[in-house]
Each structure stands twice: as C-alpha cells, then as structure tokens.
Design a protein around this ligand. Structure first.
Ligand SMILES: *Cc1c(COP(=O)(O)O)cnc(C)c1O
Length: 397
C-alpha cells in the first residue's frame, strides 16, 4: 500500500487566543472604523502601524484594506500616471500587474531566472524604459538586492517592493522591504499573518508616506496616525491627493497585532517544514531543488521545485499522481490559469512579449503551499510521495 497524505493545503491555523480576545474587545465597544476613537484610545490600526514600522525598522507605516490596495497606493504615491510604463516581474501573482493596470499604466515584464528571482541582466537591459520598478519577491525568493538597487539607481528607477511573500524575511541582514522607496505587504489569509484581507505599506520618505495616508482615505484625520509624518508634510499634499478609499479597520488590526508578536516564532516553524520537504526532495532524479542564497533569510511558507525540460504532459502526470495521494501541487506552466495560479501570458490586458527564459522556467515550475497546520512529519511524508511519483514518471519516460 502506498502512503497517502490526508492534510488540507488551504487550512491555516486558528487565530491565537490573544487575537480572539482582542477581536472581542473591538466588537464589544463597536468602534470598528480606524478614526472612530474614544478618550485615550489610539485605535488598533494606528498601534499596528506603529508596531509594524518598528518590526521592519521603517519611519512610516500605513495599514490598508488589502495588499493589492497597498500596491496601488504605493504606485500612485511615487507618481505613476496613466500611460506610464512600470517594470515588473514576469513571474508574480495576478494582483501585481493588476495594480499597474488599475493606475492606467502598462507593465513591462522582466524575465525570471531559474533561481525564481527577477533576471538582473534583463532588468539592466530594460531599466531605461520606465521610471518605476514594481519588484515582486514572488514566493519569497529575493534577488541580489545590492546589484538590483545599483541598476535602478544608475537608471533613475524608483523601486516599489511587493513583499507579500517576504514579510519577516531579510536579505543580507536588511529586512525585506527596506531597499526600495516603499514596500507593500499583505495580511490576506494565505500570507504570513492572517486578517482575511489586509495590507501594510512602509516607507522612510515623508512625502510618499503622507500621500499614501491621504490616498488610503484618511480625509483630514491624518493626525490620528502614529506612524505618519507631521502635519506640515500633509499640508503640502492634502488638497492635491485623491481619496481612493482603502483603509484597514480596527477589527482586523486587533487580530494582527498579536500575530505580529508571534511572527518570528512562526517563521522558525515554517522553515523547519520547508527544510524537511527540501531535504526529502534533494537528489530526486529529474527534479531540481531551488537553492536559496546565503544572504537570503527567507520564510518557507511555500516551496517550489523545477522539472527542467519535462514535457507538459509529464508534469501533468506528476501532478495527477501526487493529487491521487493527497498532495496538491500547482504548476505555473499550464495553458490555462487555475485557481490562484496564472502566468504572464494570461494577463492579456497587458502587452505580453515573448519571454523565452521565463517560459522555459515556468514550463517546469511546480509550487506547493506549506501551511502551519502541517507537522514536520507531514512534510517528510509529502516529500516521500513527491519523490516517488516524480521518480515513477521520470523512469517511465
Ligand atoms: C497576495 C499577493 C498580493 C496581493 O495581496 P492581497 O492582499 O491579496 O491583495 C500581491 N503580490 C503577491 C505576490 C501576492 O501573493
């Protein structure tokens, strides 16, 4: 009898007791809107912003309704206008090019390497085409940020970081999100903290921060923020910046604050699971593990591997055989978008040039979530199943 895995790939952990209590506190007083404050109460959202700014070492922080809304706010705050071209990763999630399109701008896709990071040679070649790079640390893989920033500085390109998969990660000791002018994080259920929907934006630039607060829908209540610049900075922008309404509320902030306190411990748990799967897959004939760089302190909330040079049919067979045994894998090389998974060729509202290197990587790119509801033993079992099924299909061909 072959082993079968019984876990659920989309089941996250219950929220910690402290988060449930904090939520009840907000429900009891009923002041859910972030600017609905009483007495000395600073509000959960303002406190979360202050705590998250301290967590990543940023001067300013804004909480938003979603990660995607944080990106939209960031693009507008750095001055992206309709018709502008914005560099971004060809390998990313749909809300990233979507945020560019929402501003009326056009994504310029940059190739991905087989280390799953943005191809810096291709970035250098295209840097002259745009004033902004929306850099997505997709699936938590972080490029050589020293070289990336050098390329962008030389070309006068402003960097906006999408850290949806790198909240709590760092590169060469610098927290992810602290290289660019502004960074965005997501607190959607499948990310590193769970408030259902939600986002965070950080920056050290007072003008970007003030514009972001106004864009998010602060009305003239921005003085109630604890991690925003002073009123003199808002005075420069308050009547120039549209309110595009995308605030976070006190209920979501209340359940995020205890999760932020737990995040370092959660990262350890994710990485123990990641290393277990990685070790179990290493050396499987036909399968390439994506090696992580020395400088990268990542968060192993998902894992990817490559079936390099495999036909689509063979990859499909591996996925079907694994699913039969309870292991749900995603494939970025499919002709049709499925579930959360789509590729640049599917984003037809944008100009999608041929990207041969990216196509070759995506054709063999397999992706798997690692929710914390899996034990380390579960991860060893998952790796045994993948190893066996990859082996069977590889041998038969
Ligand atoms: C989830 C995600 C986003 C957007 O976050 P939402 O909170 O779902 O809007 C952006 N980029 C990447 C890479 C993501 O995975």
């Amino acid at each position: 009898m072959s082993e079968v895995f019984k876990g659920n790939f989309t089941q996250q952990e219950p929220l910690p007791e402290a988060a449930r209590e904090a939520a009840m506190g907000v429900l009891r007083h009923g002041r859910l809107h972030r600017y609905n404050l009483a007495g000395e109460d600073a509000g959960e959202v303002a406190l979360l912003e202050q705590e998250f700014a301290a967590f990543v070492g940023a001067k300013y922080c804004l909480a938003t309704a979603s990660g995607g809304s944080a990106i939209g706010v960031a693009l507008r705050a750095v001055g992206v206008k309709p018709g502008d071209r914005v560099l971004t990763n060809a390998f990313t999630l749909a809300p990233v090019p979507g945020a560019i399109a929402a501003v009326g701008a056009e994504p310029v896709f940059v190739e991905v390497t087989d280390g799953l990071v943005i191809d810096l040679d291709d970035l250098a070649a295209k840097a002259g085409e745009a004033g902004v790079l929306l850099l997505s640390h997709m699936r938590g893989h972080i490029a050589d940020m020293d070289r990336l920033m050098e390329i962008c500085r030389a070309a006068g390109v402003v960097v906006v970081e999408d850290c949806a998969h790198t909240m709590g990660a760092s590169w060469d000791g610098v927290p992810s999100g602290r290289h660019g002018a502004v960074a965005c994080y997501s607190t959607q259920t499948y990310k590193h903290m769970n408030s259902g929907e939600g986002g965070l934006l950080v920056s050290d630039d007072e003008d970007i921060a003030a514009k972001a607060v106004l864009l998010s829908g602060s009305y003239m209540l921005y003085e109630r923020h604890l991690a925003a610049p002073g009123p003199e900075v808002f005075a420069r922008h308050r009547m120039e910046v549209p309110n595009i309404s995308g605030r976070m509320d006190n209920l979501r902030a209340a359940i995020l604050r205890p999760q932020l306190a737990e995040l370092p411990r959660q990262i350890e748990r994710w990485n123990a699971r990641y290393r277990e799967v990685e070790e179990g897959l290493r050396g499987t004939p036909g399968l390439t593990v994506v090696e992580r760089g020395e400088a990268e302190r990542f968060v192993g909330s998902s894992i990817q591997f490559l079936l390099k040079g495999w036909s689509g049919e063979a990859v499909g067979e591996v996925l079907a055989r694994c699913l039969e045994r309870g292991v749900e894998l995603k494939w970025f090389g499919g002709p049709e978008p499925v579930g959360f998974t789509s590729a640049y060729g599917h984003w037809r509202y944008a100009e999608t040039p041929e990207l041969a290197r990216t196509d070759a990587v995506l054709a063999g790119l397999v992706d798997m979530r690692l929710p914390l509801t899996f034990s380390v033993e579960d991860c060893a079992l998952i790796a045994r199943i993948i190893r066996a099924e990859v082996g069977t299909v590889f041998q038969a061909r």
